[in-house]
Ligand binder design. Structure first.
Ligand SMILES: C[S@@+](CC[C@H](N)C(=O)[O-])C[C@H]1O[C@@H](n2cnc3c(N)ncnc32)[C@H](O)[C@@H]1O
Length: 270
């Protein structure tokens, strides 16, 4: 790799770019140009397009229920749309009747990003975006329950939480990270998780300092550090009734993409 390309890749690692790419400090990872340096294909290429069928849901069978996806921290929606089309295995031009079965809700705390997601949404019948801070217990419960109620369900079939954990952890602390995982597990039967590794925390803190901004409230006092993915897995397995089903390998940024599922005896709902 040429030196300039290597430098660019190293800078882009950990979604921490230089200021010329990112005019705002984006303290929640709410980068306005995220998909310019981490296109959805980087992760879609790791996820089998048969994932829903593999975990027991069919979006094609006429007798199957609607399948509900949740994308937490959806940014400007590019990955949400890519995930939707990837898992549905269909294109915008395909028969609309066949698309009724898969629905996706994208949530993000950044209202401007949600507005952009709404404006460029190619499937407004099937994909919805709402502003929501997932760390707010009551808001999350109300908004997610309202959405699920439209389909007569109390849980999503699959929740994607990609590249979000670090931002919740740095901004709200250890308890909030665990609460986030507990909440996602309580609202979904399957969870696709990409947690940023510890080296990214250090890069994010360094970047704030370089920009002359205040440090993250919790960086120095976090007790959960080191192998963050392993700690998340431990929590999901020990306290949330989930088990690791599959690892889809590592992304170009060397992050694991893991699929968890509710242990069978913990499900028991429509
Ligand atoms: C680095 S981006 C990842 C975007 C997308 N999940 C992906 O992997 O392509 C992190 C996103 O999480 C959002 N985010 C951070 N904290 C959040 C919170 N507490 N509630 C909802 N969204 C949050 C940010 O606004 C940002 O859009």
């Amino acid at each position: 790799m040429a030196a300039a390309a290597m430098a660019a890749a190293a800078m882009a690692d950990c979604e921490v770019t230089d200021e010329s790419n990112d005019p705002g400090a984006a303290p929640f990872g709410n980068f306005i140009n995220y998909y310019a340096f981490n296109p959805p294909e980087n992760r879609m290429s790791l996820i089998p397009s048969t994932l829903l069928q593999d975990i027991g849901y069919s979006v094609e069978s006429s007798v199957s229920d609607t399948v509900l996806l949740l994308d937490v921290g959806c940014n400007s929606g590019d990955l949400s749309v890519a995930l939707f089309t990837h898992l549905q295995g269909r294109r915008a031009s395909d028969d609309a009747a066949e698309s009724r079965k898969l629905h996706l809700l994208g949530v993000d705390l950044d209202e401007d990003l949600i507005l952009r997601a709404e404006q460029s949404n190619p499937f407004p019948e099937n994909i919805s975006f709402i502003p929501l801070d997932i760390t707010h217990d009551l808001d999350s419960r109300t908004q997610l329950e309202n959405y699920l109620a439209r389909f007569g369900r109390s849980r999503f079939h699959l929740c994607a939480c990609l590249a979000v954990t670090m931002w919740v952890h740095l901004n709200h602390g250890d308890a909030a990270l665990l609460d986030l995982l507990t909440r996602l597990a309580s609202f979904s039967d399957h969870l696709l998780l990409e947690a940023q590794p510890w080296k990214c925390y250090r890069s994010a803190a360094r970047r704030l300092r370089k920009l002359g901004r205040r440090d993250f409230d919790h960086f120095k006092t976090l007790e959960i550090r080191g192998d963050i993915t392993e700690r998340a897995k431990e929590h999901l397995e020990r306290s949330c009734g989930m088990e690791l089903l599959r690892s889809f390998g590592s992304t170009v940024w060397d992050r694991k993409l893991l699929l968890f599922g509710k242990r069978k005896m913990m499900r028991g709902e429509i």
